[in-house]
Design a protein around this ligand. Structure first.
Ligand code: BTN
Length: 252
């Protein structure tokens, strides 16, 4: 707590040595009325969840695995904006705490030197027209060394320490910087909306302005990534001049 520089985020921190997933714990707390800003951190997760039903590897002691409860008074359709907000905040928090340059890969992977170092998973509890809670899960590789990664992942994944000649970081400093940025952007979002955040997201994104290939559930589309919409949908301009809206995909 001494290191926190926030009014709300992380003022209630639930620390667990071992959980199935911090998302599950946070969902349960949110259903029981936990206040906005509550954070659940675990040393290790047995069944860390990634996007698209993937597994998230969460070894003990080396990374930050945490979930944050927010209660914005918005319609459910606005929730994806909070994922993009979080991507901006995590990227800025990493850069502030470590001095390492980080970027966003659409929709919300955080890359250093083109390798993934963090991921974000947003889930929601809502009524048809009102959000009750948004559970934002953040997984960040911090102090893993090369031998901690399966060989086939080393070309695709990294940690802050690996990008810092193996020198490790204090996890508390990193989470504190991230929570500070989330809080700043979240208060901004509630007061002024998404416009500035979208601009900031686009300026931090590797994806924008590049020729990319998006592999969706049903097809593969190539084109120029032009930007994102208000809702975080990726705009892909194809060779024939038409624009494709990409809602969910893997990007190469
Ligand atoms: C992704 O890139 O696929 C998102 C990964 C999100 C992982 C974090 S770790 C903390 C929280 N608890 C989970 O089970 N998942 C998220």
């Amino acid at each position: 707590k001494a290191r926190l520089h926030t009014k709300k985020m992380g003022h209630s921190i639930i620390y667990k040595k071992e959980v199935t997933s911090t998302q599950e714990v946070a969902h349960e707390l949110a259903r029981n009325g936990a206040e906005e800003g509550t954070v659940v951190v675990a040393e290790t997760q047995q069944k860390g969840k990634g996007r698209l039903n993937r597994e998230w590897h969460s070894p003990s002691g080396t990374g930050l695995w945490f979930s944050l409860i927010l209660r914005p008074d918005v319609i459910p359709q606005k929730a994806p904006q909070l994922t993009l907000l979080t991507a901006v905040a995590v990227t800025e928090g990493i850069m502030e705490a470590t001095g390492i340059q980080a970027q966003i890969k659409w929709p919300n992977d955080i890359l250093i030197d083109d390798k993934k170092t963090a991921g974000i998973l947003t889930e929601m509890q809502s009524e048809p027209d009102r959000v009750q809670a948004v559970i934002i899960g953040i997984g960040l590789n911090i102090n893993q060394q090369a031998e901690h990664f399966p060989a086939e992942l080393l070309t695709k994944a990294t940690s802050l320490a690996l990008e810092n000649d193996g020198t490790t970081f204090q996890r508390a400093d990193v989470i504190s910087a991230i929570l500070k940025r989330i809080e700043q952007w979240y208060f901004h979002f509630l007061q002024y909306g998404f416009k500035e955040i979208r601009k900031r997201w686009e300026s931090l994104a590797v994806t924008i302005g590049k020729e990319i290939t998006a592999v969706t559930m049903t097809k593969t589309v190539s084109g120029l990534a032009e930007g994102i919409t208000e809702d975080g949908v990726l705009l892909l301009k194809k060779q024939d001049g038409t624009t494709e809206y990409i809602y969910s995909a893997d990007i190469d």
